[in-house]
Design a binder for this molecule. Structure first.
Ligand code: CMP
Length: 162
């Protein structure tokens, strides 16, 4: 009996260790077009229903400096200036999501950058028709996440386990 008890505890511990190891965070923001069109609730709801936990949430109007920092990897590209102008044209809603393989799963859920080509069922595929006004942004790697969320959130704004 005792050995079964020990086995159970070990498996439970292993499960929670694996869960802990596969937990990942990603940074997302709904762009001014998504906010203006009233898509915030719909978009947050998709992520919540999928099983992600919202760890931080903020509505704000980006400054030009913040937008340039967020998109620093695109500096010098032909679309950079217009992109900065667009994401500072109205408020955004930014959040941090946590869950299994969050970066990859969220990127799949938002769909291709060019909303005209995004698959139906994805956020851009269902609500967009443009490559610039494409509703939503999500980090494409752990490195991007580490750089991007710090532009918007302080560490003390991220909620610990709940
Ligand atoms: P996002 O996923 O936020 O990352 C960079 C953004 O640049 C992209 O979505 C688009 O909104 C914007 N963008 C505008 N033109 C282009 C382009 N030609 N190629 C890629 N991204 C573009």
């Amino acid at each position: 009996m005792e050995s079964i008890g020990i086995k159970r505890i070990t498996i439970t511990n292993l499960r929670s260790m694996v869960k802990e190891m596969t937990k990942e965070r990603t940074f997302v923001f709904i762009k001014p077009d998504g906010v203006k069109r009233g898509l915030v609730g719909e978009i947050l709801s998709r992520f919540e229903r999928k099983g992600f936990k919202i760890k931080a949430l903020k509505m704000k109007w980006l400054t030009i400096e913040e937008a340039e920092q967020l998109y620093s990897i695109h500096r010098g590209k032909p679309f950079f200036k217009n992109l900065v102008k667009f994401v500072t044209s109205g408020p955004i809603v930014a959040f941090i999501l946590e869950g299994n393989s969050a970066i990859e799963v969220v990127r799949t859920m938002i769909g291709a950058t060019d909303a005209r080509k995004a698959q139906p069922g994805t956020i851009r595929g269902d609500y967009g028709l443009d490559i610039e006004a494409n509703i939503i942004h999500a980090s494409d790697s752990r490195e991007s996440f580490e750089r991007e969320y710090k532009v918007i959130f302080n560490e003390n704004e991220i909620i610990s386990d709940y």
